[in-house]
Write a protein that binds this ligand. Structure first.
Ligand SMILES: Cc1cc2nc3c(=O)[nH]c(=O)nc-3n(C[C@H](O)[C@H](O)[C@H](O)COP(=O)(O)OP(=O)(O)OC[C@H]3O[C@@H](n4cnc5c(N)ncnc54)[C@H](O)[C@@H]3O)c2cc1C
Length: 303
């Protein structure tokens, strides 16, 4: 049946993608490749959960089976989460369907002819808007849609062949360094305004009284290596949607701001009144964070 079929290896993202699918009024189906994922997806309010059951544990090995199913059902859209596995599966499915694909889009809107997407170009300097005719394949990240109310969806199990050209040889748990910024309600962001790693304690003290996590710019994580790469925010890092983002010594280049622009409130401290972060911020203080951050920390302790 026509509709929107969603997949992600991250359960939270499955729920968010279903939120989009249900908001269009089209049939919303979750695609899964294991009994465990099917059981989890059942609670997310989809019209149907599909369990593609075969010999492989790898989602990407079902691309052909999934594409054949989507073609037979005349699906409108295959929407995958913007994770390495989601991107891999999406590209293969689009190849088998020989249809239009947009990867890692900023926004997705249903239109009469299909779906309109916005996509960043040239490292965030330009935004491309394009419309894909159905069937289409799109990948998108978390934080774009609200998860639907919980439900109890029927699960349909389909016995399918899997492509065994890629085999799982071994697996090891991923050791995650740093915090999961996606779960943080408040984030204090640090940038190159900090001249020494030890000075980050100013941000840590402020974060402690706010009950916030620490995030940073790419320069802090990749150039200075002061914080784990999991903690950098932006177009090539984490895209977050906290209630509060307080940036300290961050210039606010578009590649960073992309990662926080959906925060409910953005506040910034920067010595340069022309810093681009002030264009994105709801509140700004032009001044030296080395003076202001400790004052804020002390003031917040009294609240
Ligand atoms: C393709 C591409 C992808 C990228 N992806 C990302 C990404 O995902 N995330 C990301 O963060 N960056 C990304 N970047 C890098 C980005 O363009 C910026 O270079 C980077 O975000 C700047 O980091 P910053 O704000 O820490 O440093 P700077 O730009 O050097 O800014 C430091 C700021 O601190 C202020 N300052 C200095 N001293 C003080 C003080 N005492 N008190 C208060 N303020 C002070 C300065 O006025 C300045 O505005 C990307 C770049 C490219 C080309």
């Amino acid at each position: 049946m026509a509709g929107i079929y969603v997949y992600s290896d991250e359960p939270g993202l499955v729920a968010e993608l279903l939120g989009f699918a249900l908001s269009t009024g089209k049939q919303a189906c979750a695609v899964t490749f294991s009994q465990e994922d099917a059981d989890k997806a059942q609670a997310f309010g989809a019209d149907k959960v599909l369990f593609f059951k075969g010999a492989s544990p790898l989602a990407e090995n079902y691309a052909k089976a999934l594409a054949d199913y989507l073609a037979a059902e005349q699906a409108d859209l295959f929407l995958a989460g913007m994770t390495p596995r989601g991107r891999d599966l999406a590209a293969r499915v689009a190849g088998y369907l020989a249809c239009g694909m947009a990867s890692d889009v900023l926004s997705l809107t249903p239109v009469a002819e299909g779906f309109t997407v916005e996509k960043m170009l040239y490292g965030g300097v330009a935004v491309l808007t394009e419309t894909l005719a159905s069937p289409a394949v799109v990948t998108i990240g978390s934080g774009k849609f609200d998860a639907p109310a919980a439900g109890d969806s029927p699960v349909e199990t389909l016995e399918v062949p899997s492509d065994m050209r890629v085999r799982l040889v071994t697996s090891a748990p991923l050791v995650q360094e740093g915090v999961d910024l996606n779960k943080a309600e408040k984030v204090v962001g640090v940038g190159l305004g900090f001249s020494k790693q030890e000075d980050l304690s100013l941000a840590e003290d402020l974060a402690a009284v706010l009950g916030a996590e620490i995030g940073c710019t790419r320069s802090i994580a990749e150039e200075r290596k002061w914080l784990p790469v999991e903690q950098y925010i932006g177009i090539s890092g984490a895209v977050i949607k906290p209630q509060l983002y307080l940036s300290l010594g961050i210039s606010g280049q578009i590649q960073h701001v992309i990662g926080v622009r959906d925060a409910k409130t953005i506040a910034a401290i920067n010595t340069d009144e022309n810093a681009p972060i002030f264009k994105a911020a709801d509140y700004g203080i032009v001044g030296d964070m080395y003076e202001i951050a400790p004052l804020l920390t002390e003031a917040l302790k009294k609240v």
